[in-house]
Write a protein that binds this ligand. Sequence first.
Ligand SMILES: [Zn+2]
Length: 324
Amino acid sequence: MKRGIVLGALIAVGALSMAVAGFQAPAGQGREGQAGGDGRGRGDGRGRGPAGPPMLDIMKVKDNLWMITGAGGNSGVFLTAEGVTLVDTKNPGTGQAILDKIKTVTDRPITRIINTHTHADHTGSNEFFGTTVEIVAHDNTKANMQKMDNFKGDKSVFLPKRTFKDKLTIGNGKDEIDLFYFGPAHTSGDAFVVFKELRAMHAGDTFAGKGTPLIDGNNGGSGVEYGKTLAKAAAGIKNVDTIITGHSTLMTPADLKEFADFNNDFAAWGQAQMKAGKTVEAAAAEYKIPDWYKARGYTIGNPIGQMGGVRGNLQVIYDELSKK
Ligand SMILES: [Zn+2]
């Protein structure tokens, strides 16, 4: 089925679907506080609208690694000998607020940005940090970003210049960072960013939190592959004990493995619904989080109560299966 038709159908269904349609609109079309990113708002009303600067919080994850929450996806701040590597730049207009938070922990300059994926709540403030900063992302994320208004024309200088396909190691010694790609999930270009010495990683929105995932079919995300991709990451990334999620709290590798299982179970359930001839609407209406996962904190939508609903996920899975 064509995406346009899907989108039209979604818009017809009402408020929830409007949210999903916004999520599926080409990224970067939205302005701050509107669709175009999937990290809109945290449910507390902070950092939105014209009332004032975005409100962010910074917390120490390990020595030389911090997480900044608020105004989009979680950012990672990794202190190296050369300067700061910033993983994800939140919503447009958040650059100064990010810099202010970083200045509370170090005076070193920001020398590198890594974008875990294309969405505007993770790439929105790249331009604030200027053209001398090295910007790194997966090949497919660069391609997805090139479709965004935020990175067209003069702003193409804020696209990633250093990209990778399967794995890339940057930096030396205790500053070494491994970037891994294991296949499509949230988008077609989700990078796992590993700070080797610290045994920590940033998983971006591929692990946004414990709940039904956000699958962006328009940017190459895959509901069929999602769990498999996560399982590959869980098996392939060794020596990590702490995970920064896209929009939730810190997690562990055991949580990542569990989330892989959840997504594989969800894809299998979706496939069974389709085989049984159920419409996306009918199947979505029946879905309940299995008790085993519910007891472990899983919810419909993600932990901050925004997009990533069952219906949108199922639509992506149905679309993928009907192409096979
Ligand atoms: Zn995202």
